[in-house]
Design a protein around this ligand. Structure first.
Ligand SMILES: [Zn+2]
Length: 96
């Protein structure tokens, strides 16, 4: 599981246009989307004037499921990294 968060502070002049900052927010979302597709998992939001006005990131949470990499048997997430009790060959890995 992962969580995506983006915070943009609206105290900056660039976010006070006649559209209430909608165009600026849309522009920053597109920039973040480009960065995410390029493989980044965090970044800063810059306004049109180059000022930092926020940030975004993926936050990994604890895995809720796990399974054996060899036989695919479901396992307890607490057993991640241990050898599978079922087949004795595979290593228990998190399912994200
Ligand atoms: Zn196994």
């Amino acid at each position: 599981m992962a969580e995506f968060n983006m915070t943009i502070r609206s105290g900056n002049a660039a976010l006070h246009g006649s559209d209430g900052g909608a165009a600026e927010v849309a522009r920053m979302l597109r920039l973040a989307a480009d960065r995410i597709e390029a493989g980044h998992d965090y970044g800063r939001c810059m306004d049109d004037n180059g000022n930092g006005v926020g940030s975004w990131d993926f936050e990994r949470t604890e895995p809720e499921q796990a399974e054996c990499s060899d036989c695919g048997t479901e396992a307890d997430p607490d057993d991640i990294g241990t050898t599978c009790d079922e087949c004795g060959r595979g290593i228990i890995e998190a399912i994200w």
